[in-house]
Design a protein. Structure first.
Length: 101
């Protein structure tokens, strides 16, 4: 994991595919399934999971120019999908600060 008590999802865009790795710390595994989280994010773009465990799961989405699927283009929507998945479960901190001050 490397981030201790904080879960994370890492996206790596290459020419042929977008690789994704999810980490869920042990303390959060009762609230969040690593496999379910990654599956929801990959599923949003037709990706597949290649490894799964309670704390670390990984997968990818293949580039498909015929279907307008390019790793760099789908990365941002997938990051939003990952964050929204956590928000729905109350696991993503909301920024309530007022930047106008």
């Amino acid at each position: 994991g490397g981030s201790g008590p904080i879960g994370k999802m890492i996206f790596s865009a290459g020419a042929e595919r977008l690789a994704v790795v999810a980490y869920v710390p042990e303390a959060k595994q009762g609230e969040l399934s690593c496999e379910e989280w990654l599956g929801a994010v990959l599923g949003s773009q037709g990706g597949e999971t290649v490894s799964k465990s309670k704390d670390v799961c990984s997968g990818f989405v293949k580039a498909d120019p015929d279907k307008n699927v390019f790793p760099l283009k789908i990365r941002e929507p997938m990051i939003l999908e990952a964050n929204n998945f956590l928000r729905k479960r109350g696991l993503f901190p909301e920024d309530d600060s007022d930047d106008d001050e």
